[in-house]
Each structure stands twice: as structure tokens, then as C-alpha cells.
Design a protein around this ligand. Sequence first.
Ligand SMILES: Cc1cc2nc3c(=O)[nH]c(=O)nc-3n(C[C@H](O)[C@H](O)[C@H](O)COP(=O)(O)O)c2cc1C
Length: 369
Amino acid sequence: MTIVNGYEQSDREQKLDILNLPSLENAAKKIIPAGGFGYISGGSEDNWTLGANTSAFNHAQIVPKALSNIENPDTSTSIFGIDLKTPVMMAPAAAQGLAHSRGEVSTAEGVAAAGALMAQSTYSSTSIAATAAAAGGAPQFFQLYMSKDWDFNYALLDEAKKAGVKAIILTVDATVDGYRESDIINDFQFPIPMANLQKFAEGDGKGKGIGEIYASAAQKINEDDVRRIAEYTKLPVIVKGIQSPEDALRAIGAGAAGIYVSNHGGRQLNGGPASFDVLPAIAKAVNKRVPIIFDSGVRRGSHVFKALAAGADLVAFARPAIYGLALGGSQGVQSVFEHITHELTITMQLAGTKTIADVKQAPLTHFNY
Ligand SMILES: Cc1cc2nc3c(=O)[nH]c(=O)nc-3n(C[C@H](O)[C@H](O)[C@H](O)COP(=O)(O)O)c2cc1C
């Protein structure tokens, strides 16, 4: 264990023997300090949307296909010409030093070892350059929380470009922080600095609450910002936090190269729909013009399958990977990605789908239990 500013960080480094991803939460709760665990696990208000995200996968069912004459399903796929072993991606998540002393550096190693794609958060515990280097050439995206201060935005985008990231994810659903009761109960303040903020006047985030961090975020975000970031970086810009066909079309109209369907894991607008429930209508509106990344509530191989069949091209999660990080460092993260990909392989075989392209064509039936 490493103690930083009174906060106990895990130092574990081990492969995990995983039964299923949901079981990791209780195990991680035992080793992540209460404030950090509340920040990671919590949603907003009464957590209704957080819960609905996972249960909504029961609103669609996979059609079993036994006589399809396939074996050894192949989970490899690609996005923007980047080849990946699995369609499961590490969502951008802040402050992973709360889970492990090596933070995002360990996550990057584990994600790369699993052949998956990682997104780095603006509010990472480790710097863009260090996290990118840890991936050893494996692809990464950088997620920007747009500040009111464009010098800040440009400086981070410059660093991300220099580190070789392949795309920018612009998160648009967190212009203020959601009403997160666990952080209020725990009077949670970040005990560990945010490496990317260190050189800026507002400070590095240490000792600040989540509301204070978001205070510098831009509240007014529109299509011009998408255009400006795309023109400045010349990288694909993926707009994250899309929950309606209207917003998806506005983002594409502004030059977005990808749409990221997400409700921030139920941490922002509580009372909004489950992310999976809005995916089909958004996919229909996007009509394959740009790729779609999906997250919020994904815990099972069958969830990954259903999201792909409902229109996603990549499927992400954050919490299970962060729990894997606390429990097993980089090898723990690798175990999490390999486990869900293993579950996906079983689902693909039983649904008669040999490739991810086949999964994307697979029918879903709808029956509300
Ligand atoms: C601890 C934590 C920190 C997060 N930080 C960010 C962030 O910095 N930027 C961002 O765009 N999304 C952030 N998210 C949201 C994730 O990218 C993702 O949308 C969400 O976690 C998906 O839900 P799941 O974790 O239940 O799979 C964070 C989520 C968690 C759990």
C-alpha cells in the first residue's frame, strides 16, 4: 500500500480469477478507501439512471442460432483504421490514482496487453505523455473536458497530439457535475493531484471537490467548439455524452468523426433514459456515416453483443476496469478485458456469429420482462 496525503492506494499486481464483472465491485470496496470508492461507484441523485443502464439490456434479446456451422468466433475489429483484438474499450475515467498507486499508467499497460483501446481523461492522475508511453505503441484516444480557457484546451490538445493519440473525445454531458450524493456524504476531495492540471494557474485538483474541478469547465458548448477542435488538431473528434438523435445529427453536422452514446454511467443527468434504450434511434439517425462508441452499464459479454447488434461499433466501460485496477494493477485490468471478451466469444458462438461484422447484423428481439 502507498499512502499519499493520508489516502491509501493499492499497490497490487496480479492476474484475477474473475467469475463475472459485477462481483468485482464488492471486492474492490474492501480495498479502496470510502471516499474514493464512493466517487468511483456512485451515480447522481437516487442512482435511478445508474441502475437502469444495466437492467435495460434485458429490453432486448439475442436470437439463438444453432445450425450456423461456425466455430472459433473472432472478436477482432477496427475503428479509424486501428486494428483491435476486442471491441471492448476503456472509457475515459478521471483520477485512477484513487484505485491504484500507478493509476492510468497501469491501466494503459493492462488495456494494451488485452489488445483493447484506451481513452485517457483530462483529469487523469498520470500525465498524457506517461500514460501514452505505458501503452508501448498501442492506440489511445484523449478525452477533453473543455475549459472556458482556450489556452488550457490548446495546451492539452498539443500534448495529446505530441503523445500520438489517434482521436479526441470531446465530452459534452458534464458542463456541471451531477448531484452525486456519495461525494457529499463523504465530503470527498481529490487527495491525489491531476497530472495534466499541474502547470495551470487553477491548481492541480488536489484537495478540491468535484464541483470545484468542474467550475473551470465550459458550460456553453455548441457545434462551433467541435469544429474548432477538429480544425486545430486535424484529428478525428468524437462527441461523448450523446443521448438523442438530434444531438447526434448536430455533432455530425459540425464535423464530428464519431458519436459516443453515453450518459456518463448515470453520474450526470439522473432521470434520463438508460443509455442502451436510446442507442437504436441514434444509430438509425447516424445511419453508419460515422462510427458509434457506446457505454454506460455494460457488464457482460451479452451486453457487448447487444450494444453492437443495436448499432454500436465499439463498446466501453469504466467502473469494472477501475475495480480490476485496484484488485490487480495492470494484470487486473487485463483480466477484466479478457474476461468480458471471453464471455462475448461464448455469446457469439451461441448466436451463430463468426465475426464482429456478423454481430452488427444480428437481429435482436424485444420483449419487456
Ligand atoms: C470514476 C469515474 C470517472 C470518470 N471520469 C470521466 C472523465 O474524466 N471523462 C469522461 O468523459 N467520462 C468520465 N467518466 C464516465 C465514463 O467515461 C463512462 O461514460 C461511464 O463510466 C460508463 O459507465 P460504467 O462505468 O458504469 O461502465 C467517469 C466514470 C467514472 C466511473
